[in-house]
Design a protein around this ligand. Structure first.
Ligand SMILES: [Zn+2]
Length: 404
């Protein structure tokens, strides 16, 4: 019993320390008095924790704040440079690597071709080799403390594995040997969830408790955030927006169903419709259908091609059908759109909006905000950093009969 109480004290201390770190990294710089007020901890506890964090280099002093009568208070800031994270995004043709500080600021970034024929062991060797190169460039004052990986498909987040990725044509890939090689945790996340994490952390949804991160491109992905947490479902498979059926007996999908949203809202839909319109003789600047690329369709839309614009609008409408079903279920404050498909711009947004705001629920509440991600391709890397940092500064909680 005595030991348990001792253990509890230690956990409470760790919990308070994490509370202070998280407040500083998300809301800093702040004074000790403000820290005490926001964390609801006593000033003496704050002083003790902050002294320890200053000593460890996790927190640094950063000038003085506004005076409320007496001496100007010293401000405290989380020191993101105290350690580094490696973020990786695996795409159908390349792997993006980056080193970042603990605030998600990118230090180095590189891309290598995805070795499609490689087996699991060879792929992990490619990852290790490139991570090693980035780690060697890190200053000794900033050790690498974790690896985050974003990949499309069904991911077992807890086990650090990809279970199935149709776009990459993978089954069962285990990333844990990469973590073991460097002696750090490796955290794997579905790319749409990593996208949503980045929006929550430093993107356009940080003020929303509930929002949806939607990625459009080769596939259609969804990251659901409820009460500031990624919702993964019971087995990690939540958010398969691309396989929401929007057309009974519609186009066959590779998943085995017919009429999936992805068949009506992905790159292939846009390209297929463009070719069909050209074949029908509809006037358009889009060139030879046999060499047509998705980038050319977007380019034509931007330069005023009505045919290309109408196809992207239709893609938006189709996506809007899926999204309004989600809005009715989740009542999100915002939908943030990302992925290569956002090159469709205003025409995509107009198509979505034409479906989204039609029912009386939408008219009686503040309308869900539709936003386009502004973080570019870095969004995935920032998301993987958030994944690692959230784990690193996770408060100890009581779970399933033991402290986890
Ligand atoms: Zn499907």
């Amino acid at each position: 019993m005595k030991e348990l109480r001792g253990g509890n004290r230690k956990r409470i201390k760790e919990h308070n320390r994490i509370l202070v770190i998280n407040h500083l990294r998300l809301h800093g710089p702040v004074s000790r008095v403000d820290l005490a007020r926001h964390t609801e901890l006593g000033l003496s506890t704050i002083t003790y924790i902050v002294d320890e964090l200053l000593r460890d280099g996790i927190v640094v002093e950063s000038g003085s704040g506004e005076s409320s009568g007496g001496r100007r208070p010293t401000l405290l800031e989380f020191n993101g440079a105290v350690a580094a994270v490696i973020g990786i995004k695996i795409e159908p043709t390349r792997i993006l690597f980056s080193s970042m500080d603990l605030m998600g600021r990118i230090k180095e970034k590189t891309a290598v071709p995805l070795p499609r024929e490689a087996d699991s062991r060879e792929l992990n060797s490619v990852l290790i080799e490139n991570i090693d190169r980035l780690v060697r460039e890190l200053p000794s004052s900033s050790p690498m403390v974790g690896i985050g990986i974003a990949v499309s498909g069904l991911v077992d987040h807890d086990a650090g594995k990809v279970l199935h990725s149709p776009i990459l044509d993978w089954d069962e890939h285990d990333f844990r040997p990469v973590g073991r090689h460097f002696g750090v945790p490796v955290l794997v996340e579905n790319d749409a969830n990593a996208f949503a994490l980045a929006q929550m952390w430093s993107g356009q949804a940080s003020q929303h408790r509930c929002f949806l991160g939607v990625t459009v491109g080769i596939g259609v992905g969804l990251g659901i955030v409820i009460d500031g947490q990624i919702f993964r479902g019971e087995y990690g498979g939540a958010g398969e927006l691309g396989h929401l059926v929007i057309q009974h007996e519609g186009t066959p999908c590779y998943c085995g169903q017919r009429g999936c949203l992805e068949m009506y809202a992905s790159d292939d839909f846009v390209l297929g419709e463009a070719k069909r319109h050209i074949a029908l003789g509809i006037p358009t600047q889009m060139g030879d259908p046999s060499f047509l690329t998705i980038a050319q369709v977007y380019g034509a839309a931007r330069s005023g091609d009505a045919c290309a614009q109408s196809i992207i609008f239709k893609q938006g409408q189709n996506l809007g059908i899926g999204l309004k079903n989600l809005v009715n279920i989740f009542n999100p404050g915002a939908i943030v759109l990302g992925g290569e498909g956002i090159a469709g711009g205003e025409h995509l947004l107009q198509g979505i909006a034409s479906e989204l705001y039609t029912n009386f629920f939408a008219k009686k509440q503040p309308p869900v905000q539709l936003k386009i991600c502004e973080l570019g391709e870095d969004v995935w890397l920032i998301g993987t950093c958030a994944l690692v940092v959230n784990q690193l500064f996770r408060a100890p909680i009581y779970k399933r009969g033991s402290y986890a």
